[in-house]
Design a protein around this ligand. Structure first.
Ligand SMILES: CC(=O)N[C@@H]([C@@H](O)[C@H](O)[C@H](O)CO)[C@@H](O)CC(=O)C(=O)O
Length: 303
């Protein structure tokens, strides 16, 4: 079926930098290979975890190009193309279409608070710019804009709109979007801390910013849900949440912590771009503990 390729665990792909902080093709390839070998369904390139908000248009195009070059044919590729202006968003959308991405996605307009009519026009112009399918990105805590079911319904009138990546915290939002869209629409869980709850409330799949640090655990949580093993899924989610809380308690940003976890696993993708903060010397020992937590949870749940 048309939407099957989007089901499963889809890590939000991290920005991969060289030692000077430039977007790195070689490191993009390494992260892509690592995630491929873990067995994820696809990647979501250039979103929040991709630090898109801190990149120039050319850097964003490069990040999309490198991921496609090394991952196309191996997994499902979703390009996040939301940018401050409609013009830049369309340029990214066309670029992603040329690269052969499977779908586009975009946050709503940011900075100015715009009415629904402007938001609808923004998303519609991106959708009309290419033949690709489109996934709405609802993330009110960072954009300040909350997608309503009525606007969702209106967007679904365009058959290229295949679903929503919902990162708002209430799992009821997932339930409402699923009820509105039905079986022909895919709803992605956004908040990793409630992946299991989101799946049970109707999310078909997940796109998440911490999956890359512990893909085994999210793949296993997804399997538990598929198999109806809800008690195991709940217990695993609880361990995952301890790990996320530990990652969010570092002096450096959560992404800097995740990148250090990956570096110690042999996948060096550099650090983060300011104003995100890198890890501090005090974070070193905390990251040792986080790695132990991840490994112990893998041993306990993924046998
Ligand atoms: C607000 C936020 O950043 N949400 C993240 C979560 O994956 C989040 O990092 C995670 O739940 C930890 O809080 C994702 O929804 C973002 C994401 O998938 C992306 O990188 O585009």
């Amino acid at each position: 079926m048309r939407l099957d390729k989007f089901h499963g665990i889809i890590p939000a792909f991290y920005a991969c930098y060289d030692d000077e902080g430039n977007i790195s093709e070689a490191r993009t390839k390494d992260l892509g290979q690592y995630l491929y070998e873990k067995g994820v369904q696809g990647v979501y390139v250039g979103g929040s975890s991709g630090e898109c908000i801190y990149h120039s248009l050319d850097e964003r195009k490069a990040a999309l190009s490198y991921a496609a070059k090394h991952l196309k044919g191996k997994m499902t590729l979703i390009a996040h193309v939301g940018a401050p202006s409609t013009r830049d968003s369309i340029a990214l959308a066309k670029h992603a279409a040329e690269l052969g991405y499977d779908a586009l996605s975009a946050i709503p307009p940011i900075y100015f608070k715009l009415p629904d009519s402007a938001v609808l026009k923004y998303w519609s112009e991106i959708i009309d710019a290419t033949p690709l399918d489109f996934i709405i990105y609802n993330i009110p805590q960072t954009t300040g804009y909350t997608l309503t079911t009525s606007l969702f319904e209106k967007l679904l009138e365009n058959k290229k709109v295949i679903g929503v990546k919902n990162s708002s915290m209430p799992t009821m939002d997932i339930e409402r979007f699923k009820k509105t869209g039905g079986d022909n629409v895919i709803v992605f869980n956004g908040p990793d801390e409630q992946f299991v709850a989101g799946r049970i409330m109707g999310a078909d799949a997940g796109i998440g910013g911490t999956y890359g640090a512990m893909p085994e655990l999210f793949l296993q949580a997804n399997r538990f849900v598929q198999e109806g093993k809800f008690q195991e899924a709940r217990l695993l989610q609880s361990e995952i949440n301890d790990i996320i809380i530990a990652l969010c308690s570092l002096n450096g940003s959560m992404y800097a912590g995740i990148k250090e976890v990956l570096r110690r696993r042999g996948v060096n993708i550099g650090s983060v771009r300011g104003p995100l903060e890198g890890i501090s010397s005090e974070d070193g020992g905390r990251i040792d503990n986080i790695i132990v937590m991840i490994d112990q949870t893998i041993q306990r749940f993924c046998r």
